[in-house]
Design a binder for this molecule. Structure first.
Ligand code: FES
Length: 130
């Protein structure tokens, strides 16, 4: 069995689906067919690619090259330039500078040293030292 030259993983996880990834599948398949690449490109729907904040996501292998925030125009550009001509499309590549800053899971407790010292009754070894 001959392996395809490229593998395209279109994320169909919950956030990419909400952002329209399933509507990109027929666009992708039509663009691949229009370029005569059907035998060279294998398309697979996948689970979450962990880049939900920039949905919809696509990975192209070998590479991988990560593409994000895709639209039908982006899909057609990737097929034309990357899958046909072998040149990744930088304009649609994953852009780390657009990632939202991670938020701390737990806010640190407020520091109030005076309150801490007054409520130190549980420190039995300190009783009677003052
Ligand atoms: S659902 Fe697509 S990257 Fe998470």
């Amino acid at each position: 069995m001959e392996q395809a030259r490229y593998r395209v993983h279109l994320c169909c996880g919950p956030n990419c689906t909400r952002a329209g990834s399933r509507a990109l599948l027929p666009v992708l398949e039509a663009a691949i067919a229009a370029q005569g690449l059907t035998a060279d490109v294998a398309v697979q729907e996948t689970s979450c690619r962990n880049r939900c904040e920039q949905a919809p996501s696509v990975n192209v292998y070998p590479g991988p090259t990560f593409y994000n925030r895709l639209t039908p125009d982006g899909i057609r550009a990737i097929v034309r330039q990357h899958l046909r001509a072998g040149e990744p499309v930088r304009a649609w590549c994953y852009r780390t500078d657009e990632r939202p800053r991670p938020q701390p899971r737990f806010a640190p407790p407020p520091r109030d040293t005076a309150a801490t010292d007054e409520s130190a009754d549980w420190r039995w070894w300190k009783k009677g030292e003052d």
